[in-house]
Ligand binder design. Structure first.
Ligand code: GLY
Length: 350
């Protein structure tokens, strides 16, 4: 099923319209402590009958089998049946986890994603990848299953910390580079620290559409959906590297470094144009925080990439670009070029 994304000016009204079609009095809303405070009040009037609100702790730690079991039991105790609906109100953790619980409870009930972060609006909540972590293996267990509906609203972003908005912007930049020059040219004139909500609304709509189109062409990632992994082979390694050291790095901050490194690799392997390499990496280095990565860290980062779940036949796999909008999936890269890419990051970071 191709999902459609509703960009809403009146989230309560639009949600009530969707719920009206369901013949059930059992609606469940999954929130964390942040979305319970900041986002739940915005949908409160959508329900004809009070829904069951299930609150779990915020943070990646909740994306585990213990929380899944807690949620399966909650649904069971409250007699959820196959007509019941689960609304996932939150960032990527909530939509990934809630989508997984809904997909597996009694072989699957409908779920509605209401993403409340930029990252979830343009990425996590779209495309039907649902899942949880198995110890340190991220998104190791999961399903492909599309939400019955997806409603986005920038209203939720008004209480989101600026650095979370910026983090999501890394995926917006990635989508523009996968798309075409016009889309990138729009982005490059925007200062993400000063963006207003009207501008943000337009950008999020366009960015979501880019992802949605790719997913519609390849819902189960057997080919072109791998384009979405651009920046993520190096980016995930950077994220894991700093997480292992208990240094907080947001997903988008790591992806921004991954984009810089993989643009460099794209230039080495496919002569991605120099002037665009410098233009894009200068933009990323200006707005995203820099992280210290030393020459002594390079081997550790390389070893982390050796365990990437995108690897095939023991080879580290990258998505690269020949040019903006010209994607090359299933690419490899020598250790030397990878090290050069990290040197490049070292030189351009501010
Ligand atoms: N976040 C990449 C994908 O959904 O395929």
């Amino acid at each position: 099923m191709n999902e459609t994304i509703k960009f809403s000016d009146d989230i309560s009204y639009d949600l009530s319209e969707i719920l009206f079609k369901y013949n059930t009095d059992k609606i469940f809303v999954l929130v964390d402590e942040n979305t319970f405070i900041h986002c739940h009040p915005l949908i409160k009037t959508a329900f004809a009958k009070e829904p069951y609100v299930i609150q779990i702790p915020a943070g990646e730690k909740s994306k585990d089998i213990e929380t899944v079991t807690f949620l399966w039991k909650f649904l069971t105790t409250h007699n959820a049946d196959r007509k019941s609906v689960l609304i996932n109100l939150g960032g990527g953790m909530i939509t990934d986890l809630g989508g997984f619980v809904a997909s597996t409870y009694k072989r699957g009930i409908d779920f509605i994603n209401i993403p409340t972060t930029v990252l979830a609006m343009v990425d996590a909540a779209i495309g039907g990848k649902n899942g949880i972590n198995l110890e340190n293996y991220k998104n190791h267990i999961g399903t492909f299953n599309q939400p019955a509906a997806l409603i986005s609203s920038t209203e939720f972003l008004k209480t989101l910390p600026q650095k979370q908005i910026l983090s999501g912007f890394a995926e917006v930049i990635k989508h523009s580079l996968l798309s075409n020059e016009k889309t990138w040219n729009n982005i490059k004139n925007i200062n993400p620290e000063k963006i207003n909500f009207e501008q943000l609304n337009l950008i999020l709509k366009e960015s979501s559409k880019i992802k949605q189109n790719i997913v519609n062409d390849d819902p189960k990632e057997t080919g072109i959906r791998e384009a979405l992994n651009f920046g993520h082979t190096v980016g995930h390694a950077i994220e894991t590297f700093f997480n292992n050291k208990n240094i907080e790095i947001l997903h988008g901050e790591a992806i921004a470094i991954g984009l810089i490194a993989e643009l460099f690799i794209s230039n080495k392997k496919f002569i991605f144009p120099f002037e665009k390499l410098f233009e894009i990496t200068e933009y990323l280095a200006t707005y995203f925080p820099s992280y210290k990565i030393d020459y002594n860290d390079y081997d550790e980062l390389y070893n982390i990439m050796k365990h990437d779940k995108k690897n095939k036949n023991n080879k580290i796999i990258f998505t690269l670009l020949k040019n903006i909008g010209e994607v090359e999936i299933n690419q490899t890269c020598s250790k030397e070029i990878f090290f050069e890419a990290l040197n490049f990051y070292y030189q351009i970071k501010k």
